[in-house]
Design a protein around this ligand. Structure first.
Ligand code: HEM
Length: 131
């Protein structure tokens, strides 16, 4: 390992424990319009060429480079499958009429400030839920 100095002026001494702040990168107002808003349609329009696998540094959910997530391909499939099965199999509701509190808490990973309470009601034939 050796010291590293970038042309923009950052100097990183050898042995530094460096953590990438993906939360901040993913909310960069120079890249993302209304960065705090959940707008998945931006990936069909203004940012349709942005890839999640570490080639476009403005979006790095699986990191990038040699230590990027080796489970990315599996994860991209499993997330779709799990979400689809959940939506197909259950009515999803909240126990109260109040809007879900989406406030975030501070931490290394992105946690909700208040626990999510959900009511799941099976919507398919009971036989389909047998193990
Ligand atoms: C949506 C799901 C997932 C996300 C967002 C994700 C994200 C990440 C990120 C950002 C890193 C880099 C961490 C760092 O820089 O220190 C990472 C590393 C890693 N991920 Fe994932 N991951 C996911 C699912 C998975 C799955 C399904 C597997 C395995 C089956 C997996 C296995 C790993 C391993 C082994 C590493 C460490 C790689 C290394 O240090 O060389 N991940 N993941």
């Amino acid at each position: 390992m050796e010291d590293c100095t970038f042309s923009c002026g950052y100097h990183i001494p050898a042995g530094t424990h460096l953590m990438v702040n993906a939360w901040k990168i993913h909310r960069d107002g120079d890249v993302w319009e209304d960065p705090q808003d959940f707008k998945p349609q931006r990936f069909l329009t203004t940012h349709k060429h942005v890839d999640v696998r570490g080639q476009n540094f403005e979006l790095v959910p699986f990191s990038s480079g040699r230590r990027a997530c080796p489970g990315a391909s599996l994860a991209l499939r499993v997330v779709h499958l799990t979400l689809a099965r959940l939506l197909q199999s259950f009515e999803i509701d909240s126990p109260s009429d109040e809007a879900v509190d989406m406030t975030e808490s501070f931490g290394l990973t992105n946690l909700k400030a208040t626990p999510l309470q959900v009511l799941l009601t099976p919507r398919l034939h009971p036989k389909l839920y047998e193990l």
